[in-house]
Write a protein that binds this ligand. Structure first.
Ligand SMILES: Cc1cc2nc3c(=O)[nH]c(=O)nc-3n(C[C@H](O)[C@H](O)[C@H](O)COP(=O)(O)OP(=O)(O)OC[C@H]3O[C@@H](n4cnc5c(N)ncnc54)[C@H](O)[C@@H]3O)c2cc1C
Length: 219
């Protein structure tokens, strides 16, 4: 999805590759936002903004954006070549994929972990279970932050590699095996359309009401 947004220029304070082809970009926080919201980002060369979830906490001094390089894409190859003090164009935050203090499951694939890291760093961890699906062991971005706080409420599902403490298989298989998924809790899904559609189907077959499934799809 590409949106026409009002954009302003801002300088990056940091950019680093945290896993092969996956980058964490930061800039000083210019506005307030609610964890789970997105911003538009453009190179400013007439390119329509692409949307990105904010991956940092509401009160952090810097805004973090987690993104994966799409070599065929128009924006991410340009973004990934930037360094500290280079500029990007950003919109104000918006979006309603936000979460309160209720018990909930946060379910992500790949860079879809970004809004949940924002909620996590904002302190919304009570009663939350975090599931993250990835292909290889390098896909579990921020696990060093999640593990000490969430313990066994943080589940990593790895489809192509195995390691102790990590579920060997796809996120969807892990969910199908679960017998205790309370229907009154909220289920927040974020990631590729394929993951969101597959997980939503599994949750519905497990008796989770449609209204308790809240999705953010990365087109
Ligand atoms: C709500 C939301 C939140 C998002 N948050 C994140 C996030 O936090 N992190 C993240 O990594 N991504 C996120 N995304 C995805 C992000 O917005 C971009 O789509 C992604 O980064 C690719 O951008 P790009 O400009 O590099 O690729 P694009 O130029 O948009 O291209 C994407 C794909 O489409 C193909 N393509 C492009 N133009 C054409 C064409 N004319 N004909 C046929 N195929 C074409 C390309 O080959 C490429 O494979 C989010 C998306 C949404 C909707």
């Amino acid at each position: 999805m590409k949106k026409k947004l009002d954009l302003t220029r801002i300088k990056l304070s940091r950019q680093r590759e945290i896993a092969p082809g996956v980058f964490l970009m930061s800039f000083p926080r210019p506005w307030d936002f609610t964890a789970g919201q997105v911003i538009g980002i453009s190179s400013g060369h007439g390119l329509e903004a692409r949307l990105y979830s904010i991956a940092s906490g509401e009160l952090d001094d810097e805004v973090d954006i987690l993104y994966s390089l799409n070599p065929e894409g128009k924006l991410t190859p340009w973004l990934s070549a930037l360094n500290t003090a280079d500029s990007i164009h950003i919109s104000e935050p918006f979006g309603s994929f936000t979460c309160g203090g209720e018990d909930a499951w946060w379910i992500a694939s790949g860079t879809g972990i970004a809004p949940f890291r924002s909620m996590f760093l904002t302190g919304l961890t009570k009663g939350k279970k975090l599931l993250h699906g990835g292909r290889d062991l390098s896909s579990f971005y921020f696990n060093e932050q999640f593990l000490p706080v969430l313990g066994n409420r943080y589940v990593r599902c790895c489809s192509r590699e195995e390691a102790p403490g990590i579920y060997g298989g796809r996120l969807t298989r892990y969910l199908m095996e679960q017998t205790d998924m309370p229907p009154h809790e909220k289920y927040y899904l974020c990631g590729s359309a394929e993951m969101v559609v597959d997980v939503r189907d599994i949750l519905l077959t497990k008796g989770i009401p449609f209204n308790n499934i809240i999705s953010e799809i990365y087109f």
